[in-house]
Design a protein around this ligand. Sequence first.
Ligand SMILES: NC(=O)NCCC(=O)O
Ligand SMILES: [Zn+2]
Ligand SMILES: [Zn+2]
Length: 485
Amino acid sequence: MSIVIKGGTVVAADRSYEADVLIEGERIAAIGPYLSGDTVLDAAGTCVMPGGIDPHTHLEMPFMGTTTAETWESGTFAALSGGTTMVVDFVIPEGDDLIGALDAWEARAKRQASSDYSFHMCITGWSEATFDAMELVVARGVNSFKHFMAYKGALMVDDDQMFASFQRCAALGALPLVHAENGDIVAALQQKFLAEGIRGPEAHAYSRPPEVEGEAVNRAIMIADAAGVPVYIVHVSCEQAHEAIRRARQKGMRVYGEPLAQHLALDEGEYAHPDWDHAAQRVMSPPFRDKLHQDSLWAGLSSGSLQVVATDHCAFTTAQKRMGLTDFTKIPNGTGGLEDRLPVLWTKGVETGRLTPNEFVAVTSTNIARILNIYPKKGAIAPGADADIVVLDPKAGKTIRASAQKSAIDYNVFEGVEVRGLPRFTLSRGEVVYSAGGNATPRPGRGRFVSRPAFPAANRALSTWKALVAPRAVERDPAHMPIGV
Ligand SMILES: NC(=O)NCCC(=O)O
Ligand SMILES: [Zn+2]
Ligand SMILES: [Zn+2]
């Protein structure tokens, strides 16, 4: 059984061109004019793009005394209906049982996922067992490890733990990821605002100013440089963080930055909303910022100093958010966006001219496929690539409504936003899993784990350079040494 996507414009990260796309089985077989197949999908007027990859999700994650309400079943179906064909989720171990946690995440995903998926492993402490387990994790196809510089008393790691873990990443050919906020300062500021009686969601933003993020990004980059490893900064929300990344890249360092669709589209005014639920639903870390920070993030995406747009989809219900009704520090941190990332970014990015369609593909799919070492299996429209494709109709639009979403939660942070650029079809490994106007349903168990081998190239290049420029003892002729000391 073959499928041909006919009459569209193939939009890749590097160029756009008119062509049909022929799919045989799970892969792209050919691209060119006048192709035919058993089933024809009409793509006239659309952009035929690599399916979105969201590299930052938290499905069914235990966090802050509760568990995210988005299941693997609802989350991956929501992703597909929004044109995202693969998610990368964060495994949070209890203590140093990395393998036990990976098994648990894998079991949940395998049973429920409709889309393909992969994992990052979180490092939440440091021990010999963690050191040993990291090698096993990489052998299981997980080549990235996340470190939290925030969430003091819970997930946060210290600089020395992070340095040890980064060095281990360097040795294993793995990529460290960092949630960069100065957790000590955040904790102190939280106490200050509580003491002053500012207990609402607005204090969440007050306690996490941009400087707190900028400082931590600088520190993470310095630690990565000392360890001789590239580093990927998740949910970059402000100019201070972006500036640190930009500067490091100008110095030749391999530092990657990931803004979120929410930070690009929504601002800090959300926390001043008179309705407590509205404001609490938008509590996430780092918080939404002002328009100048948004401008910085957009500029980073178009100039290349930021590479990826994710969602950090971490969806709690309104009832869960109310755990922090009298104390903002107890509001579970996280927002949704998985289903809306592509149309929101198309509307706010491509339609406004901030991004070209090719840059859109780069930041929603191709760049992260490269960074995570799964390109061109994923992130490409090319013969031999997995047929993960979104046929995106730039003219199709809607108003985002929680009442119509596939996501399991009862609100949407983009409620009321008018978007265009909706999927006409989403294909996952050659199967149409969503079509506009069709009646797609979740396909639990259909999604497959995407193994990501270690990527020695960047790490080897770095360690070669580090060895070349390493401090060395100066060989001195004894004739030039003082006598008798
Ligand atoms: N971002 C957020 O507020 N929640 C999800 C966990 C994390 O990534 O920090
Ligand atoms: Zn984070
Ligand atoms: Zn996250």
